[in-house]
Unconditional design. Structure first.
Length: 150
């Protein structure tokens, strides 16, 4: 049985005019945890250590999906409501709400040395602030090692 934990720190990326932005991080996660290839059966937990961003699994082929998600979150949770928590900027409280709605943690099963994501699925960091922020993600892998690693 293998248990392993690492922290992946992603460099800041800015949103520009959008109130949120999605960045595919599947490759960075797999590169940070190469031991995934050693597992016959297991689990990867991805936990984001922030309250104004989120983690999600979604479409990785058509970038229109990410733009539509950004647009919908912006309509559901607009920046221009009379929020009380405004010390860190007008976009901070909406970012906290978006983070709570989307979530800061996902579990992905591992089988035969790979993440068992669907054909069109990718792992995304959703940045809900307009200003650039570095983000830290705790990756925890556990599972049964493979007998014959290919």
């Amino acid at each position: 049985m293998l248990f392993l934990q690492r922290t992946l720190t992603l460099p800041a990326f800015s949103n520009g005019i959008f109130s949120n932005r999605m960045r595919m991080i599947t490759r960075e996660i797999v590169e940070t945890m190469p031991e995934i290839r050693e597992l016959d059966c297991g689990m990867l937990n991805i936990f984001l250590q922030h309250t104004s961003a989120s983690i999600t699994i979604n479409e990785n082929a058509d970038p229109d999906v990410q733009q539509d998600i950004q647009m919908a979150l912006g309509k559901i949770i607009p920046d221009a409501l009379p929020y009380k928590h405004t010390l860190e900027g007008q976009d901070d409280m909406p970012a906290h709400i978006k983070s709570s709605m989307v979530g800061v943690s996902v579990n992905i099963p591992i089988g035969r040395g790979r993440l068992l994501l669907g054909t069109w699925q990718g792992i995304y960091l959703c940045e809900h602030r307009r200003t650039a922020h570095r983000r830290s993600i705790v990756l925890t892998v556990w599972g049964k090692k493979r007998n014959n690693i290919e």
